[in-house]
Design a protein around this ligand. Structure first.
Ligand code: GUN
Length: 294
């Protein structure tokens, strides 16, 4: 078994971006800017957002945290997004999800200028992804593609089984892998909770991507020898031995499955760190396109 070290690859990507941004500063150019908008006090969202702000600072990217009260109206939020759409200092706009119930998430995502859609959630970005046009790609699946590429894991002609059909991971990763292009060309199956027996599908996987959010769902009996395993799950389970009283595990039962896998991502330290690295990368891309650097 070999470990796919997402923490290291994410650090490499951040370092690459930092060098590019240093160069821009030396040449007295503008640098990329990301605004992160958070509404309300969701504790998990606050943790994620703070990680994003810190990551921007570490690579010398401009960033701003726009903290808004839980009771802000949808119209007020739409107005704020529109102001950032027009603000040249920011090349990327990220609205942290979930939003409070009285706000229509789809309307908010659609209000972001697609050229600043660094989350890749806008229907225009998603549509372009499906038809194989260059666009912003959702950060977690884009990070998985980058891991496969940097570890030179062959996808062409391989059977990839994706467990989970979310708009953020399952659907976009399937669409990225099926493209007729270098680093893709896979045969893709998406399976989900309506499958009578998930293991019927997972046993056929050359590459298995687990993105359901159920701790230890995938066990060694459900995979074949030499499978490549990408574990997207981040699940908290009780752990009496840990000081915090819990630990983070993936969707894959690591100890068992890793004995059969040729390659596997650990949790934590696998896919997780790639999400923020790709957000930074997307923001750099937005900057390059807006500033006509390409
Ligand atoms: N909430 C959980 N994951 C994400 C993400 O990748 N982007 C945004 N905007 N919100 C999230």
């Amino acid at each position: 078994m070999n470990i796919i070290d997402g923490k290291k690859i994410a650090a490499d990507i951040r370092e690459e971006l930092k060098l590019k941004i240093n160069l821009l500063r030396e040449n007295k150019k503008n640098v990329p800017g990301l605004v992160t908008i958070i509404v309300g006090e969701n504790p998990a969202s606050q943790v994620y957002v703070n990680m994003k702000i810190k990551a921007c600072a570490e690579i010398g990217m401009n960033s701003k945290l726009e903290k808004l009260g839980e009771n802000i109206s949808q119209d007020e939020l739409l107005k704020i997004i529109d102001d950032y759409n027009k603000d040249d200092y920011f090349h990327g706009i990220l609205v942290q999800l979930p939003l409070p119930k009285h706000i229509d998430e789809d309307k908010i995502i659609e209000a972001i200028n697609p050229s600043k859609d660094v989350d890749g959630f806008h229907p225009i970005s998603v549509g372009k992804l499906i038809i194989g046009k260059d666009t912003f790609k959702s950060c977690t699946p884009f990070g998985i593609m980058e891991l496969l590429k940097r570890y030179k894991i062959e996808t062409k002609g391989k059977h990839v089984v994706v467990v989970g059909r979310s708009n953020i991971v399952g659907k976009p990763i399937a669409n990225m892998l099926v493209q007729k292009e270098e680093g893709a060309n896979a045969i893709v199956t998406i399976c989900h909770s309506a499958a009578p027996d998930i293991s019927y599908y997972t046993k056929q996987a050359d590459i298995l991507i687990a993105a359901v959010g159920r701790a230890n769902l995938i066990t060694k009996e459900m995979v074949k020898e030499n499978v490549v395993v990408i574990d997207v799950g981040i699940n908290r389970i009780k752990d009496a031995e840990s000081k915090k009283g819990y630990k983070i595990v993936g969707d894959v039962e690591f100890d068992g499955v890793s004995k059969k896998a040729s390659w596997i991502t650990p949790v934590p330290g696998g896919v997780g760190p790639m999400t923020i690295a790709m957000l930074l990368s997307n923001t750099y891309k937005a900057y390059s396109l807006i500033e006509n650097l390409n």
